[in-house]
Design a protein around this ligand. Structure first.
Ligand code: PLP
Length: 354
């Protein structure tokens, strides 16, 4: 591929690569040698620059700090057996990033800067893409307001950045989730469908309360009645009742996951009966009692699939069927992961090669 976008590159003097223990990578704590930065001023984006990873200067009056004008994305690059580096559906993340930007009253970023920028940054730091088939390079694009002004109004200047973090294997410990019926993640008309920084801050306290009861994460329900399931922690959620794969529809309170979309596509192609519809807490309790609730799992970039083995609703806890008995989540999840790693034919043209 040719480099279509001119990016000024200021290389690090000596790489930190040899200091990193790739066998023991904590999630999101180790970053590659370089980062990408691009500024928005006077109504336009400047040429992006790649420079050594490091701290950034910030005005203490930045409206990102005070009023939370800040959004992000998360995706992964894998090293294939043929030693190529591939990234899964970056254009989907770019489109979602711009949808988040619009909702937070921030400028859209051109596809060239987002996709070509991450391609060139990963290419420069490609030695950091882990070799182990159970590891990957996590890509974090983000944008925040940089005006130094305490008035509450949209900032006129912004910073777009991309940082990269090699990440180790995700050992999916089966989850115990609680259906949350008091706190709310997102309400109709709110920002639940945007990957906005504030959504994650407001979810920390209810999650902490659940963790104090030995529960791993929450199943969020609708803000109005706390009756319909929405998401599982920071993942989209799916259930198998009988032989049908069911997931909540994409409304303004649900983050439209790339994993969700890819999983549903593969499931439909495999002939699975898929329903995108509301699921009530009553339906879940009834199915759990009748033994027809076969699978519950979360889907997202970090884990691909996170199995749920226990669900607490009010004062009842339901044990779900053993993971070995499950059919849909392991089969489709494995297929999706193999496509991402270049181990299976990518018939949808989802991967781009760096
Ligand atoms: C990022 C995210 C997801 C999953 O999206 P993917 O594109 O599949 O990684 C789901 N829910 C929330 C709240 C998220 O922030």
């Amino acid at each position: 591929m040719t480099d279509t976008l001119e990016i000024e590159i200021n290389r690090i003097e000596s790489s930190r690569l040899n200091d990193v223990d790739f066998e023991n990578l904590p999630f999101g704590k180790v970053f590659t040698d370089h980062m990408l930065m691009c500024q928005y001023t006077n109504g336009q984006w400047s040429a992006p620059k790649i420079m050594p990873y490091g701290n950034i200067p910030l005005s203490p009056a930045s409206s990102m700090i005070h009023y939370g004008q800040s959004i992000f994305e998360g995706l992964k690059a894998f090293r294939t057996e043929a030693n190529e580096v591939v990234v899964f559906r970056p254009e989907k993340n770019w489109a979602r990033f711009n949808a988040s930007a619009t909702r937070l009253c921030m400028p859209e970023i051109p596809k060239e800067i987002f996709v070509e920028g991450l391609r060139q940054l990963i290419n420069l730091d490609r030695a950091w893409v882990p070799n182990r088939s159970d590891s990957s390079l996590y890509i974090r694009p983000f944008m925040f307001a940089t005006d130094a002004l305490l008035g509450v109004k949209p900032s006129e200047t912004y910073m777009f950045m991309i940082i990269l973090a090699p990440v180790g294997p995700y050992y999916p410990k089966p989850l115990h989730l609680k259906i949350e019926t008091h706190y709310t993640r997102a309400a109709m008309g709110g920002v639940g469908a945007a990957k906005a920084a504030g959504n994650y801050a407001s979810a920390l306290y209810p999650a902490k309360l659940a963790q104090e009861q030995g529960i791993d994460q929450l199943i969020w329900t609708d803000a109005k009645e706390h009756k319909y399931l929405e998401e599982a922690g920071t993942m989209n959620m799916m259930l198998v009742i009988g032989d049908t794969l069911i997931t909540p529809p994409l409304t303004a309170t649900i983050l439209p996951g790339v994993t969700r979309d890819s999983f549903l596509t593969l499931a439909r192609e495999a002939g699975v009966n898929v329903e995108e519809r509301r699921i009530s807490t009553d339906e879940v309790v009834e199915a759990a009692k009748a033994g027809t609730l076969r699978e519950v799992f979360g889907v997202g970039t970090a884990a691909t699939i996170a199995n749920v083995v226990k669900i607490t609703f009010e004062d009842q806890t339901f044990e779900l069927p053993a993971i070995e008995t499950r059919k849909i989540s392991p089969a489709i999840g494995e297929k999706l992961l193999r496509i991402k790693k270049g181990q299976e034919e990518d018939t949808h043209g989802w991967n781009i090669t760096i």
